[in-house]
Design a binder for this molecule. Structure first.
Ligand code: HEC
Length: 127
């Protein structure tokens, strides 16, 4: 009886380990967190690289007359203001003290975050 229990728990442990391994790998494959990040090499264009990401992850909640959390995005002026006050990078990188964004979705990939960071670090150009 004792033997059976420990065998069962071993099997359970093995199953948990195997499935968590599988999950991790899946996360790596589909989150784009592996491999080189080519999107952030060279000049990062606001219109071509940054806006599509913000559109996909942010604009649904942060545009219009009543943007969520009273945080307006969706124009160059508004996006730039959020970049300059540190909240754009802070929220997407899940910095302490800020509400992590995009709300209700998984964190953006390292590569996507790197694209936005490069745009900010290069002077938030309207390019
Ligand atoms: C599903 C709706 C939703 C999405 C998508 C979303 N937000 Fe938010 N955001 C909110 C809400 C609601 C708040 C108000 C604070 C809270 O409830 O966490 C907020 C707050 C914020 C704040 C203020 C945070 C603070 O702690 O002061 C910033 C900056 C922000 N969002 C930026 C973004 C960015 C950048 C994206 C895209 C990467 C994004 N949000 C995507 C709903 C959203």
């Amino acid at each position: 009886m004792k033997m059976k229990i420990s065998l069962a728990s071993l099997l359970l442990l093995a199953a948990v380990l195997i499935s968590s391994c599988y999950y991790d790998k899946e996360g790596l494959l589909y989150s784009g967190n592996s491999g080189p990040c080519t999107d952030s090499t060279g000049t990062v264009s606001y219109a071509q690289k940054v806006v599509p990401l913000l559109q996909q992850y942010c604009y649904s909640c942060h545009t219009g007359s009543f943007p969520s959390g009273n945080q307006l995005m969706g124009t160059y002026t508004a996006d730039k203001a959020m970049a300059l006050n540190g909240k754009l990078y802070g929220t997407i990188s899940h910095a302490a003290g800020l509400s992590p964004m995009p709300k209700g979705m998984s964190k953006m990939t390292n590569c996507q975050i790197a694209v936005i960071k490069k745009w900010i670090d290069s002077g938030t150009l309207n390019n």
